[in-house]
Design a binder for this molecule. Structure first.
Ligand SMILES: [Zn+2]
Length: 124
């Protein structure tokens, strides 16, 4: 398997919140806690670091989806500020929390494909 297709495979499996190694077992045991042992293949998925990458990717994605609608609504309807806050704050919060596990899965899949573990980055 070429390096690029392994990266895509890992990211794809992680995006679906499945084990990057087998693609069948669940990746998380809780909201954002990777399983230390895949129920299907036994892979330890807690060894892959994700750190700040998932929140960063989530905010970039949410920002690019929400901001055009915010600007459009502001120009088209000129709503009061409290209306804007009442609409956009809950929407941004819900999208951020909703997308975070998928982004974390993708980052773990990327780390799996590239052989990056907590131990391999510990000496940085
Ligand atoms: Zn597995």
């Amino acid at each position: 398997m070429s390096g690029e297709s392994k990266v895509w495979l890992g990211v794809k499996r992680g995006l679906s919140r499945h084990c990057p190694n087998c693609g069948e077992g669940k990746l998380f045991s809780a909201f954002l806690t990777p399983r230390s042992r895949c129920e299907v293949c036994g892979q330890d998925n807690s060894i892959y670091p994700s750190d700040d990458a998932p929140p960063y990717l989530t905010l970039v994605l949410v920002g690019h989806v929400i901001l055009p609608f915010m600007f459009w609504a502001d120009r088209a309807f000129e709503p009061e500020m409290w209306v804007q806050f009442a609409i956009w704050l809950p929407l941004v919060a819900a999208m951020t929390v909703g997308l975070l596990p998928f982004m974390k899965g993708a980052v773990i899949g990327f780390a799996w494909a590239n052989g990056v573990t907590r131990n391999s980055v510990a000496g940085r």
